[in-house]
Write a protein that binds this ligand. Structure first.
Ligand code: AMP
Length: 424
């Protein structure tokens, strides 16, 4: 199938062609006709599947289709609202809107926290067709009466599972209550958990379901393997892997901020240019580290799960799980950072005795047994050594989502997120 067969306006097709895309991705092939037809949509798709264009293109078409005559509608008020969990995603989505809408007289704006509200107010006053927002800042605008949501025709909830993880459910419900009853709703989520089902049931009206990433499985293009070793050999093994493979752009996941810092220091000392990215770093530091990583000045970026959420890098070839996540779904999110848009990727997990239960949970979730490999000289010993004393849990942990084994999602909102513009 070609983009030209989807019936999108010529101006949109031109913008897509200028990006060098001629074939819609599976999510685009399924979502675009459904959205064009005015249906509600429930899409299970990870980042990297082309989901953003999957909703942006038909939305632009629909907006452009109805005469963009400001006199026929409430002046200057947004017609489309896209909610995203992080400012980085808000920026990326709004960039996509601008990219694909550049030949149309449609304007867009991203509003998110952590920056001054006044420039956003000034931009909202000028009039916006497509508003991309994070929930907290949008509610600030609602409270200050600087945004009017009464003319929203299309509502998009992007990365809904992440929103729930981050404790945004109440904000989302407040926002939905402010929207007109008559509207089109699109919900995107990487996983289809019972919580998402519940949210979808209340939000969507006879939705078309699109499922491009079969539930809780990783992209076909990602090779996954487990290297079994001992906890105390992991650092050395990781350095060895870097040195023997000549890797150049690797995202390494650690479970805690403290662990991420320590690991980045170890790699750096071993001559592997590395930095850590997590919620304790200032916005400036995170932006700098991320751009150095994208430019290839850093070979390894060591991230915690929450910090990695805003990182969007095309064609990331390797993801390393230095430690397995506590929550099996996070494994799927982590490895979704590679193998994007059909590119091949490799996800390698270093697993020690203590992590067997987590590995079992992950394998149960993804419904497959991961290949185990041993690296000569780093083989797992038959019996685990006793665990060294653990640092106290709590304030140092990055994950407000560290669940106490009851499967409940935590409700903490991380205060800061890494910055990262899309790397083209
Ligand atoms: P997303 O899942 O929306 O974050 O998109 C992942 C990446 O795929 C982005 O860099 C897009 O620019 C790119 N992309 C989107 N649609 C296509 C397409 N039809 N062909 C190739 N790449 C695409």
């Amino acid at each position: 199938m070609l983009f030209s067969e989807l019936g999108l306006k010529a101006e949109i097709q031109r913008a897509v062609a200028e990006q060098g895309y001629d074939t819609p991705t599976p999510i685009q092939q399924q979502a675009i006709p459904a959205v064009l037809a005015g249906h509600d949509l429930m899409a299970t798709a990870q980042t990297g599947t082309g989901k953003t264009a999957g909703f942006t293109l038909p939305i632009l078409h629909r907006l452009a289709g109805v005469a963009n005559d400001r006199l026929t509608r409430i002046a200057k008020t947004p017609r489309v609202l896209v909610l995203t969990p992080t400012r980085e995603l808000a920026i990326q989505v709004e960039e996509s809107v601008r990219t694909y809408g550049k030949h149309l007289p449609i304007n867009s704006l991203a509003v998110f926290g952590g920056v001054g509200i006044n420039p956003q107010i000034a931009n909202l006053r000028r009039g916006v067709d497509i508003l991309v927002a994070t929930p907290g800042r949008l509610l600030d605008h609602v409270q200050q009466k600087t945004v009017d949501l009464s003319a929203i025709e299309i509502f998009v909830l992007d990365e809904a599972d992440r929103m729930l993880d981050m404790g945004f459910i109440r904000d989302i419900r407040k926002i939905i209550a402010l929207l007109p009853k008559q509207r089109q709703n699109l919900l995107f989520s990487a996983t289809f958990s019972p919580e998402i089902r519940e949210l979808a049931a209340g939000l969507l009206n006879q939705p078309v379901s699109v499922d491009v990433a079969p539930r809780n499985t990783a992209a076909e293009t990602v090779t996954q393997k487990v290297i079994e070793t001992d906890r105390e050999r992991k650092k050395e093994l990781l350095c060895h892997l870097f040195q023997t493979h000549g890797w150049h752009q690797v995202l390494v996941f650690a479970r805690t901020k403290h662990g991420a810092d320590a690991l980045a220091r170890t790699l750096d000392k071993a001559g592997i240019k590395a930095a850590a990215i997590h919620g304790d770093k200032s916005q400036g530091a995170r932006t700098r580290v991320l751009s150095e990583f994208k430019e290839g000045k850093l070979v390894a970026l060591v991230a915690t799960d929450i910090a990695a959420r805003g990182i969007d890098i095309d064609a990331l070839p390797y993801v390393i799980n230095y430690e397995l996540p506590n929550v099996p779904e996070d494994y799927v999110h982590r490895i979704g950072r590679t193998g994007r848009a059909g590119m091949v990727g490799e996800a390698i997990s270093l697993v020690c005795h203590d992590e067997r239960a987590q590995l079992k949970d992950i394998e149960k979730l993804i419904k497959r047994t991961l290949d185990r490999v041993a690296i000569e000289g780093f083989e797992q010993s038959a019996v685990a050594k006793p665990r060294p004393p653990q640092p106290p849990r709590g304030p140092r942990r990055d994950d407000s989502r560290a669940r106490a084994g009851n499967g409940q999602r935590g409700a903490g909102k991380p205060s800061v997120h890494p910055s990262g513009k899309r790397h083209r």
